[in-house]
Design a binder for this molecule. Structure first.
Ligand SMILES: NC(=O)c1ccc[n+]([C@@H]2O[C@H](COP(=O)([O-])OP(=O)(O)OC[C@H]3O[C@@H](n4cnc5c(N)ncnc54)[C@H](OP(=O)(O)O)[C@@H]3O)[C@@H](O)[C@H]2O)c1
Length: 163
């Protein structure tokens, strides 16, 4: 499989506060939908439970949990990182969509990172994205900054590929 991570981070690599994302930017959500639709998404049980309407449509939803009896509608469930390699085909595009534990789990397998950088340092962050080291990753494309009028945040898109 071709494994990518897709994430929105703040300037301190913060990704979560109290089980929620620090901010939602509507253009970023549209981009997320465009990139992931038709492909597989993988998420931790906690990120899945925070989705307002459950499984996301028109994508293969894969949830990772240690609970043997967890089987939410519209989702496939795996119980280890290794199992992802078993259920996905070599040519499949797979996007890890969070959260903190699951980005960490799949970080070393990923070949791409689709990062949305929110130019702000949120207080009370409790979940972070792993460090993106310059000797391991190269910026393939960078766009922005753009301004989100609704939230007032400015943000940029940065795509990394593994060296
Ligand atoms: N900014 C962003 O782009 C973004 C994206 C997604 C999420 N987030 C944020 O990230 C936070 C959630 O992250 P989190 O780290 O708390 O939780 P998470 O990664 O979403 O889910 C953690 C859960 O995944 C399962 N899991 C993790 N490693 C596993 C393994 N090796 N084998 C089997 N199951 C495993 C466990 O489920 P069980 O407990 O059921 O066993 C664990 O409790 C929230 O604040 C959310 O809003 C941010």
């Amino acid at each position: 499989m071709r494994l990518s991570l897709i994430v929105a981070v703040d300037e301190n690599s913060g990704i979560g506060i109290d089980g929620n994302q620090p901010a939602f930017i509507s253009e970023d959500l549209k981009r997320f939908k465009k990139l992931t639709t038709g492909n597989a998404i993988v998420m931790g049980r906690k990120t899945f439970e925070a989705l307002p309407k459950g499984a996301l449509p028109n994508r293969r939803n894969i949830v990772i949990t240690r609970q043997k009896d967890f089987s939410p509608p519209g989702c496939e469930v795996i119980h280890s990182g290794d199992e992802l390699h078993e259920v996905c085909s070599p040519e499949e595009s797979v996007f890890v969509i969070g959260g903190g534990e699951v980005y960490k789990l799949f970080f070393s397998d990923a070949i791409r990172i689709y990062l949305t950088l929110i130019h702000y340092k949120f207080p009370r962050i409790d979940t972070w994205f792993p460090p993106i080291k310059e000797d391991e990753w190269v910026v393939e494309r960078s766009e922005g900054p753009y301004n989100d009028e609704k939230s007032g945040f400015s943000y940029s898109y940065i795509n990394y590929v593994r060296r």
